[in-house]
Design a binder for this molecule. Structure first.
Ligand SMILES: [Fe+2]
Length: 343
């Protein structure tokens, strides 16, 4: 767990998708302080790359992501790329026929599945699926993986529900960004165990909060920066990478990316509360403040909270993750309603 703090004006960290070169974003080579920051980060990134901690996805998914980078991509190209890999076709058909999408008649063709899911939801689900595969088989030092996954599934469900007024495309951006925002924690815990373990051990229910400054002191990078780097490596759109990079910032700005970053911040705070099964009265205050930070009416949260647990269970089934059922969500919704009524 961690607390919200402003991310100092650190550069956006990127790895060029095709060649794997490290790119630390805009920088001023004449500024010795800026040069020192980028130089130190480059060394950390090298350590991460050499550790093989960055989750790998099959080449067919990489090609799929590259094609989707072009806003005018050809739908037939997506179908052709995916159709070439029987394993991925099977995975997509399993996803589309899962309870999460509630289709009545069994879908048996890839084209039909893609039409129903849409390319963006297909992208989110495939990445989520392969990410789980890649991380869950690893030894991640000091990290409570059950808690990590429960929180990593709760946050995107909350984010997409909070984004109910946004367009379908932006809801999907919020979903995938929230699903992957904390992948940097698992990567840092695996790549730099000696330096990051004391932080990872705090990412547990009731753990001591940590913030950007704690991470910068330990490994010179925040987990948001590392997550953004990996998502850039996977060719995800800039709105996703930038909002993930800013997801802990107290001042993300006021543009479109900032609106998503604020939702990520709120959804992560609420996910943390929901995953720690706290006293509902205290939880309601934290949740009310979190949605206010995102500029969202608290009524949206009250209306959506009772549906969240079901969404999480279905998402967990799709991604083949075990999560412990909990009835805390509806209780917190009631506590928030009580707080609002007595305010
Ligand atoms: Fe985070």
């Amino acid at each position: 767990m961690y607390s919200r703090k402003a991310l100092a004006s650190s550069p956006v960290v990127r790895i060029a998708p095709s060649c794997g070169q490290i790119d630390l974003g805009p920088r001023d080579a004449t500024d010795p302080v800026e040069w020192e920051i980028t130089h130190v980060k480059a060394k950390v990134l090298d350590a991460i790359k050499q550790s093989a901690a960055i989750p790998s996805v099959p080449q067919v998914v990489t090609r799929f992501l590259e094609i989707m980078q072009n806003p005018e991509f050809d739908y037939d190209d997506l179908v052709r790329i995916l159709a070439a890999d029987a394993g991925t076709v099977g995975e997509i058909l399993r996803l589309v026929n899962s309870a999460l999408f509630g289709v009545r008649n069994k879908i048996v063709s890839l084209r039909q599945a893609l039409t129903l899911l849409g390319p963006m939801r297909t992208r989110s689900m495939l990445l989520g699926r392969y990410l789980v595969d890649s991380i869950s088989t690893k030894q991640v030092h000091g990290l409570d993986m059950k808690y990590f996954w429960r929180r990593s599934l709760t946050s995107p469900v909350v984010a997409s529900r909070l984004a109910e007024k946004m367009s379908g495309e932006r809801r999907e951006v919020a979903f995938i960004a929230a699903l992957l925002a904390d992948v940097g924690i698992a990567i840092l815990a695996e790549a730099l165990p000696d330096r990051y373990r004391h932080i990872a051990e705090r990412y547990v229910p009731g753990g001591e909060p940590f913030d950007d400054q704690d991470e910068l002191a330990a490994v010179e990078m925040t987990h948001g920066e590392v997550s953004a780097m990996v998502l850039s490596h996977w060719s995800l759109p800039e709105t996703v990478t930038k909002s993930v990079n800013l997801h802990q910032s107290a001042n993300p700005g006021s543009d479109e990316t900032a609106a998503i970053a604020r939702i990520l911040n709120a959804s992560d705070t609420i996910a943390q509360v929901l995953c720690e099964i706290p006293c509902p009265e205290n939880a309601s205050e934290v949740c009310i403040n979190a949605v206010a930070f995102a500029g969202i009416d608290v009524d949206v949260l009250v209306r959506q909270l009772p549906h969240i647990e079901n969404d999480i269970e279905e998402l967990a089934a799709v991604l083949r993750i075990d999560v412990i059922p909990s009835n805390v969500y509806a209780q917190i919704a009631l506590a928030i309603e009580d707080s609002l009524a007595s305010a």
